[in-house]
Write a protein that binds this ligand. Sequence first.
Ligand code: FAD
Length: 364
Amino acid sequence: PAQAATLAARLVGDRAGDWDRAGRLPVDVVRALNTAGLLAPQIPTGYGGAGWSSLDSGEFTAQVGSLCSSLRSVMTSQAMAAWTIERLADRAQARSLLPRLAATDTAAVAFSEPQAGSDLSAMTTTVTMTGDTLRLDGHKVWVTAADHADLLLVFARLGDQGAVVVVPRATPGVRVHRRADPLGCRAAGHADVWFDAVRLPTSSLLGAGGQSLSLLVTTALSYGRMSVAWGCVGILRACLTAAVAHAGSRHQFGRPLAQHQLVARHLADLWAAEQVATRVCEHASRCWDTGSPEVVTATVLAKYVSAGHATRAAADAVQILASAGAVDGHPVARAYRDAKLMEIIEGSTEMCQLMLADHAVNRR
Ligand code: FAD
């Protein structure tokens, strides 16, 4: 992990603002992280991965998140795809796909549709089987990394059940249309994807197919939530660093900003937010690493707490820097836009609240 942190710092440097403005990550940066096995470091060593624990992977995700939320988003998609394959694929599929994701290929995960956002049971993308061929039809929206990914993991209906299909992006009938100018994570390659009578071998269906759609979605999202939660810890750390440096060096009314009590309160809130988010993510990762049954709730809690804190703390950081941070591409301006999106993806704040309330009322 220490070498990985050095590599990430070197690869990103101070270029994240430029990538954000350009709306693209350099291909060589994504490739370098992938070749080092760091786009999805939890892939088991038996499949050519780094075999990291959730805790180590989480700390690394936070570090990348503190440098560039777009690159962290691409990591989240890659690792969520790898986890979904690890959980659902048969042996032959896992042996063929996971070593590719551990080193060479990139992947995106497609759930959302124009009429199926928070309510994924409204999904209408279908997969049908005829002999040894599959046919995929549907339309997915806002898929992170779909603009450049080699493979798309597509959630679909198979009869009255659910299924996940692995689709090479270059397959005939797949049309990818880049999302222009998202609010944040602008370099993460968000795209809408159409599947028009896409023909694939039946081996593209993970496992035997035909499982409950909500179970399939929960499998992928539980990984995605953990990764986003740690990414928010990174946003918090970047905001804290920028705010402390500025408040210590900029003088107004004859003393550093940090010595004005109202500014000091913002700094206290920022530090507390970073500490709380770190602890709640560490707890969730320990649950993951020890196979605790608490993991599902702990992960929702981590995502809910970290995304909320990151959103509020990024606003505090912009407030502390004021005009110095009110510039497109500045780390706190970028954090302000990126953090808000963390309250929408992988189960919005409201969806997390419903799940936590259900836990409090029925299962505690
Ligand atoms: P809606 O579901 O229409 O919700 C609108 C608002 O209503 C939200 O605040 C929501 O919380 C609230 N709401 C909805 N239902 C309820 C309820 N029952 N009770 C209370 N409040 C409710 N999708 C993918 O498949 N793959 C990706 O990689 C991906 N990446 C994304 C990256 C970004 C930056 C963004 C913005 C989106 C991405 N998405 C992706 C889509 C994302 O998953 C959806 O935006 C998200 O699920 C919310 O759906 P929606 O936007 O349609 O909002």
